[in-house]
Design a binder for this molecule. Sequence first.
Ligand code: FO1
Ligand code: 5AD
Ligand code: SF4
Length: 331
Amino acid sequence: MYMDRRTITFSRNAFLPLTTVCRNRCGYCCFRTPVQEGCIMAQAEVEKTLQNGAALGCTEALFTFGERPEEEPGFSAMLATHGYKTILDYCEAMCRKAIACGILPHTNAGILTYGEMERLRPVTASMGLMLETTAEIPAHATSKGKSPDVRLAMIEDAGRLKIPFTTGLLLGIGETMADREDSLFAIRDLHKRYGHIQEIIIQNFCPKPGTPLDKSPIPTTDEVCATIRMAKDILQPDIAVQIPPNLIDASLLIECGVDDLGGVSPLTIDYVNPEHPWPALDELRVIAGNARLVERLCIYQRFIDKGWFDPGMQPLINRLAHTIQARSSGL
Ligand SMILES: O=c1nc2n(C[C@H](O)[C@H](O)[C@H](O)CO)c3cc(O)ccc3cc-2c(=O)[nH]1
Ligand SMILES: C[C@H]1O[C@@H](n2cnc3c(N)ncnc32)[C@H](O)[C@@H]1O
Ligand code: SF4
């Protein structure tokens, strides 16, 4: 008898933290640093990472960095020594370099305005911003950019701009199960209006020594599983549920309805969770179990088909879609 096998997807990426400076102070974060030596990833380093990433078959350049760093005194002066006026100028220039190297940019820069996203859209294939939670929690008391209204407004702007978008929930930062449900409904409502959410990440918080939440309990696998089931239930079937395979035993969660293992890098570490190395390709195969492991681009096929990207990106998207197709038999 012929049986359809389930599919689990992942993306091969290179992580480029353009700056660790951030206007927020999240109670769980060990990524942010003050303005200091090394707080900006130098252009030469970006170029080297992109070239090495391309050589290793990466299709996605993940630009994740601190939010609105110009609000921190001294940052703009330091960025000027790198030859750029604003982090958006720098990000745009580095996205162009990624494209020139044959890698598709996905940015998660924290809060951006409508105008800023409009400017980045021609040089990105997709963007992201974790909603984290709609609850007002102490861990976000010193992070104005984590205000749920501000996050939801940006996700809505991305929808108006037809940007293929990734968002998600961070579990275990002081929210309740009811708050998670509320967050999922908020994402669903935006997706109903704009249809732009490609995936939601259900990410478990990992305690970082020296941060206010370092003694907080980590979410149990059962709790994460229950949230994944709730997400499958609340969200439209076209939204993929992603979990990070370096932060939790993903093999236990496949059965709860996981569709995607996110960006996995053969080159760079997870700068947000540096103590958690990426699983290798053969480990991903073990996690996927009976399901078929399939590589994807950071822009999902559905959005490629709809033409939700700048025409200038078409040749690269075509080429990379072909590349991952050709590699798929080897997975
Ligand atoms: O859009 C996002 N993508 C995030 N991703 C990227 C995501 O895994 C993939 O790059 C996307 O699925 C796009 O392909 C992360 C990747 C990491 O290596 C580490 C942390 C994250 C966190 C986010 C995130 O907050 N938002
Ligand atoms: C890039 C994304 O990483 C997540 N993030 C930030 N700090 C942590 C942590 N200690 N553990 C797990 N995820 C974290 C947030 O959800 C952020 O949006
Ligand atoms: S999680 Fe992001 S927004 Fe929060 S402090 Fe860290 S870098 Fe800034």
